[in-house]
Design a protein around this ligand. Sequence first.
Ligand SMILES: Nc1ncnc2c1ncn2[C@@H]1O[C@H](COP(=O)(O)OP(=O)(O)OP(=O)(O)O)[C@@H](O)[C@H]1O
Ligand SMILES: [Mg+2]
Length: 383
Amino acid sequence: MMAPPPEGADFLHPGLAEPRTKEDWFAYVFYEPPPRPVLPPHSVYLAMNEGERRRLNRARSQYHSALVLAWTPAVQHFEAEIFELLDANEYAPPGARPGLLIDGPPTVGKSTLVKMIARKFERQLREDYPGRFSPDRLGSYVPVVYISLADQVTPKQISVAFARYLNTPTGGTKEDIDHHILTALKACGTQLVIFDDLHFLDCSHKEGRASNDHIKYLANHAPCTIVGTGVDLEDSPLLSEGGASGRTTQTSGRFSRQELGTFALDTEADALAWVAVIRSLEGALELYRHEPERLTRHQWKYLHERTGGSIAALHTLIRRSAVRAVTRGTEAVTREVMDSIVLSHAHERGYAKVLELKNRTAPKKTPRASRAAGKTGQAVTDG
Ligand SMILES: Nc1ncnc2c1ncn2[C@@H]1O[C@H](COP(=O)(O)OP(=O)(O)OP(=O)(O)O)[C@@H](O)[C@H]1O
Ligand SMILES: [Mg+2]
């Protein structure tokens, strides 16, 4: 039988927002998603009174809403890259250390990936150097700084975002703020600085270039490794001066740029990577009638068509289908449930195009072929 919710649970805010301060970041590092509920036998579930069932289902929805994050091949690749960079940069001589830019279209999981990796890095440091995190330490130890840039960001806004994160003064000129944050970055032992959404350094704006110069200045003076993410970074003022000159920038000599894309199905290895992600998400479902590996084995191609290989769309689709399967009592993520979910406009439009293309290229069935398919009673599956 389900235990009643703990006292005060109504006041807890369960969700996570993008970290804006070191306290937000620490909360993310320690965050544990809602636990996996233990389902009683189905007969017990059916015999529950309304309140008991509602509470169990709410716990299931909370759990499904977080679902699991997958350590995809891309996450593993960037984990190795970033950890290696951090090692190679730790005691490097003064000056800008080599950094990494992760460039990719929207919703491929760039922000999630850098946070997963940085969280792992910090959790390892907490385990290996507990003294550094001790409350007795003079000043806090902040190994990771995560800055999510605002649109049309100015150099001063970057400095203020840093200052808010590190809790240093935000008043005075940009130079004053910079002096405080550079001092704090050293005192806090910061090793990794993440700039998320670097495409907000818009090349067409004068401020964009100034912000680029500012990031270069910070990179030169802070003894940290910088990892950035963004969309179309090749055209960003960080890497190219743009305009007619097409000249590369000073920062382009310091950052490597690597791409992160959607999942493809071009090769067997691609397909296996996609199927593995589905398997890890599907394995986390807590439903009474969901046939194990149903999606992994039979719907992987449909899921790719539906989501365009976007991990964000896949995560949303499975998450929402799981919640719907509980509220509607179907207790399984079926093709029917997934078809009833409306994904983002971009993904629905992409799927409509796939369907249109399929319709156009599908061979017209001869009466004989239709009869043969009917005879064998083939299930409509993907693989
Ligand atoms: N490794 C992962 N495992 C499971 N789900 C993931 C993973 N990475 C991302 N997602 C899902 O995709 C959603 C969007 O990811 P994220 O915000 O990281 O994408 P993004 O590439 O940064 O997008 P944007 O360019 O719009 O900022 C996440 O909220 C999560 O639901
Ligand atoms: Mg992002």
